[in-house]
Every structure is written in structure tokens, then in C-alpha cells.
Design a protein around this ligand. Structure first.
Ligand SMILES: [Zn+2]
Length: 99
């Protein structure tokens, strides 16, 4: 996602620019520390606001920009991804209700 964003918006031909490397490192670190781990709902649903505000905005921007492009470039990957997110969110919702 970040790679698509970076090449489209920042014009990086290969790999990521410095800003996007930082963003990716940050996102990965937050994901590791997330208490929900693998069962994590999408960040929009997440009750733990693990992203700092400015990073959240950037991630949101990346998602908004790269989401539709991902669907266009890698339709299967995108569908699998959104399907998994959907299932995870549903599981998460039913589990919190049961608690
Ligand atoms: Zn970039």
C-alpha cells in the first residue's frame, strides 16, 4: 500500500522515499505492539488509538489513495485483503458483544 502511495504521490521510481520508510517502520512497530495482535480489527475500528495523530492522518491518506489503486492493480490481492478485514471486523464485533 505504502509503495503504491509513494510511487504515485512522491514519484519514487523504486522503493520508498525517506518519509514513507519512516511511516512504514512506524506502522509495523505499532502493529507488533497492538494488544489485539492477529485478531486486530481495522484501525478505524480499533479501540486502542495506537497511532499518533499525525501518523494516523498519514496512514489514512495512504489508505484512501492506495486502496482504489490496489483494487485496480492487484484485484485479487485487494479482494482477499478487504474480505479478511471484513471478517476480522465482524469477529471482533461479535466477540466484544459477547463479553
Ligand atoms: Zn514516499
Amino acid at each position: 500500500m505504502i509503495a503504491i502511495y509513494c510511487s504515485s504521490i512522491h514519484g519514487s521510481a523504486e522503493g520508498l522515499c525517506e518519509e514513507c520508510i519512516t511511516l512504514r517502520a512506524y506502522a509495523l512497530r505499532r502493529l507488533e505492539q497492538c494488544p489485539f495482535g492477529e485478531d486486530k480489527p481495522t484501525c478505524g475500528f480499533c479501540s486502542v488509538h495506537c497511532y499518533k495523530n499525525d501518523m494516523r492522518l498519514k496512514i489514512k491518506e495512504v489508505m484512501r489513495m492506495a486502496g482504489p489503486r490496489m483494487l485496480f492493480r492487484h484485484p485479487l490481492d485487494a479482494i482477499t485483503h478487504f474480505y479478511r478485514e471484513h471478517r476480522r471486523n465482524r469477529n471482533f464485533a461479535s466477540r466484544t458483544k459477547a463479553d
